[in-house]
Design a protein around this ligand. Structure first.
Ligand SMILES: Cc1cc2nc3c(=O)[nH]c(=O)nc-3n(C[C@H](O)[C@H](O)[C@H](O)COP(=O)(O)OP(=O)(O)OC[C@H]3O[C@@H](n4cnc5c(N)ncnc54)[C@H](O)[C@@H]3O)c2cc1C
Length: 264
């Protein structure tokens, strides 16, 4: 029987994942990637001229350093990328974080525990964050925001897709006219920090449920908000992944620009 062949256009995390899954299911796979490096937006980009004394250039990270505790598919894939005999493969290169900080220009950062409180210090820090005035957000605004989250939590699947998908986060949390602290922490600042988009362009379904998933991951005992890689993304994730894909027999073409797709 002829094994079906699949062409994957683009070798970012999406393309590499598709190729990985297909190869494991017995398909012949070809990947065409525009650049001469894999990984797309998740790759490290070395900073030219930063290596001194014979050392390699320093790896600049484009951004992908956030592996939230609620991610399921990516960790599953990472467990299937061998790395130096580690039982969990590349996944074992993820290190749980203990604190997250919201950094604000000209102000002290707001530091919060990244895990369900495991010590008196964690518990005190969580309480100060929730009930103290470090955030500069009034109680009235806090309660209003909580009521919007409660509304999302009680919305059915149809409402999430039909209604919340079409409302932007800025309007949903009624950020217009509210103080800067509210806007920068719970509206625009939050969407930029969590999903890299502006609040007035982000769908409430996406942002709201990412926020809820993050919240849930620290509200359950043993929960973990975030993990980070223990080295440059290329060294401890992307390059071992490319090696593994090639070992699975995937025909990986770099510097290959897809210019058009002709359908017969
Ligand atoms: C600043 C920033 C920070 C981020 N931080 C995080 C984070 O911490 N955690 C997290 O989970 N997510 C993060 N993200 C999101 C995450 O990086 C992306 O969702 C993910 O990398 C997208 O992968 P992708 O494969 O869908 O797309 P891409 O990575 O864009 O891959 C597309 C690939 O297609 C190739 N391509 C394009 N055109 C052609 C063509 N004509 N022919 C052939 N190939 C082509 C590109 O070169 C690229 O390699 C961040 C995003 C940004 C912008």
């Amino acid at each position: 029987m002829n094994t079906p062949m699949v062409m994957v256009l683009g070798g970012g995390v999406g393309g590499m994942t598709a190729a990985h899954e297909l190869a494991e299911r017995g398909f012949r796979v070809r990947v065409y990637e525009l650049r001469d490096v894999p990984g797309g937006k998740a790759r490290s980009i070395s900073v030219k001229g930063s290596g001194v004394g014979g050392r390699a250039d320093l790896p600049g990270e484009h951004g992908f350093r956030f592996f939230p505790g609620f991610y399921r598919h990516l960790p599953d894939t990472m467990r299937r990328i061998p790395y130096r005999g580690q039982p969990g493969g590349v996944f074992d290169n993820l290190v749980p974080t203990t604190r997250a900080a919201f950094v604000r220009e000209g102000q002290l950062p707001i530091v919060m525990p990244d895990v369900f409180p495991r010590s008196v210090r964690d518990a005190v820090q969580s309480l100060v964050l929730a009930f103290g005035d470090r955030t500069g957000i009034s109680w009235t605004d806090m309660v209003y925001f909580a009521s919007r989250i409660a509304l999302l939590l009680s919305s059915c699947e149809e409402r999430r897709f039909d209604e919340w998908e079409n409302v932007d986060w800025w309007d949903f949390v009624a950020a217009g006219g509210r103080p800067l602290a509210y806007q920068s922490l719970l509206a625009d600042g939050m969407t930029r920090r969590t999903v890299g988009v502006r609040a007035d362009q982000a769908s409430t379904r996406t942002v709201g449920y990412v926020f809820i998933a993050l919240l849930q991951s620290v509200l359950v005992p043993g929960g973990q908000l975030d993990r980070v890689l223990n080295g440059p993304s290329n060294a401890v994730w992307i390059s071992p992944w490319l090696d593994h894909l090639r070992q699975l027999g995937i025909d990986y073409h770099m510097s290959a620009t897809v210019s058009d797709i002709r359908c017969q």
